[in-house]
Design a protein around this ligand. Structure first.
Ligand code: GUN
Ligand code: FE
Length: 419
């Protein structure tokens, strides 16, 4: 057994924050949370990890990001979505045909994710099978867990980044065979978005998802131009989401990034099918897509999680993604004269941690019986406060101010992987 001592903070449900001053987490030998204690036991034969006055909180889950876009982080944000893809993004992803380059970039990315406190991801790779396998290796090596998708895209991608329908199918099967060797990183089917995939490929992926019990991730209703294009491509579908439903890709646990322009009917379809929204506030503002109606989605019972969406998003650090989602919700609050209340820090942190971890089967913050995913934050590095702060205040400040230097340790899947 292991005993982790520190100030315990977690968000078990939307809007609820538990703070236990000088509490403890008891782990079993496999690293699963056995108990959450208001005070450490006087004596205990567990191996102790004493983090003193630091905060011990659930780690972050980044539910939407593009690994091969890491090299273009902070670049090329002067265009709307489709032009941005054609002008910058596809050229960048094409570089990942080079496996040496992929190894270097992905090693750096995996290290930056884990030291920044992100222990679970749902991630897009590029269309390249070998680079995707390298990405999965590097995530496993660093201690990042979750799902990675070889991207399927057999149309509308220009000359540099192209696969035929046959290649896309063949390479997807080769990739899935190779994935057997990974323990903590699993495959997820990843049609890039409707404009990138022929009907034949979409239908094949839907059948494969059903046959092999695989999850699906893609993009939905991010930008007006994209939505109009999808309407032209599928005149038989009343709405964008139906282009996925038609091929068996719209199902329980499917992750749809963005949903900025999803109206009441599309949101109802999200809730009814338990399709998960990956809200990417920083990206949505950067490439001028809009602000997703997160408060409305939450009221309607839609499952909302957060994603960095690098490199549309310019912040890999998920605490920055949490605060970006708060700021975005405040713009809607201001515009509606308060009718749409903004996300509180507790709520946004819930979305960036617990709501994402739930996708992997771990609910309630520090999920009992599930392997520990946690960060240890040392807020002693921030400017000295004018008075003693409550643990709740220290948590809020940590969400806004933490960076790698304040993250003293990271636990992922029950193992200490940083610190
Ligand atoms: N839609 C299709 N591909 C992409 C992508 O790479 N980034 C974003 N933000 N939206 C997309
Ligand atoms: Fe994206």
């Amino acid at each position: 057994m292991k005993l982790i001592k520190g100030n315990i903070v977690y968000a078990p449900r939307l809007g609820e924050l538990v703070t236990l001053e000088h509490g403890a987490l008891l782990l079993d030998d496999g690293g699963a949370v056995r108990d959450i204690l208001a005070a450490p036991p006087e004596s205990c034969d567990a191996e102790a990890f004493d983090y003193g006055d630091a905060l011990v909180m659930p780690s972050f889950a980044d539910m939407h990001l593009h690994a091969p876009q890491y090299p273009m982080l902070g670049m090329g944000m002067d265009l709307p979505l489709i032009d941005w893809l054609n002008t910058y993004t596809f050229d960048t992803e094409a570089r990942f045909a080079d496996t040496d380059y992929a190894r270097r970039v992905y090693r750096r990315l995996a290290n930056d994710l884990i030291t920044g406190g992100t222990t679970r991801v749902c991630m897009f790779s590029s269309l390249h099978t070998d680079a995707t396998l390298i990405l999965m290796e590097e995530l496993e090596r660093a201690g990042v867990t979750g799902c990675v998708g070889k991207v399927n895209m057999d149309r509308n991608s220009g000359d540099v980044l192209r696969e035929t329908t046959e290649e896309s199918k063949r390479e997807t099967l080769r990739w899935l065979d190779e994935c057997e060797r990974f323990r903590h990183v699993r495959p997820i089917l990843t049609p890039r978005f409707t404009p990138s995939c022929t009907d034949e490929l979409m239908a094949w992926l839907g059948a494969l998802a059903a046959e092999r019990g695989l999850y699906v991730q893609s993009h939905l209703s991010e930008n007006d131009g994209e939505i109009a294009w999808v309407k032209e491509l599928h005149p038989d579908c009343a709405q964008y989401w139906e282009t996925y439903e038609k091929y068996g890709l719209w199902k329980d646990h499917t992750i749809m990034a963005h949903c900025v322009h999803s109206d009441a009917r599309e949101r109802e379809a999200l809730a009814r099918h338990n399709v998960v929204v990956a809200h990417c506030a920083d990206s949505n503002v950067n490439i001028c897509s809009g602000v997703a109606p997160v408060r409305t989605m939450l009221r309607e019972g839609v499952w909302v999680t957060l994603g960095s969406d690098i490199a549309g998003g310019a912040q890999l650090a998920m605490n920055q993604v949490v605060t970006a989602s708060i700021r975005a919700s405040k713009t809607l609050c201001i515009e509606t004269g308060g009718a749409l209340p903004f996300l509180t820090v507790d709520e946004a942190y819930y979305l960036g941690s617990t709501a994402g971890h739930r996708w992997f089967g771990a609910d309630g913050g520090f999920a009992k019986g599930m392997p520990l995913h946690a960060i240890v934050v040392d807020d002693g590095a921030f400017a000295e406060p004018v008075r003693a702060l409550t643990l709740r205040e220290r948590f809020e400040r940590s969400i806004y101010l933490m960076d790698k230097s304040a993250i003293r340790a990271v636990w992922s899947e029950g193992r200490k992987v940083v610190g």
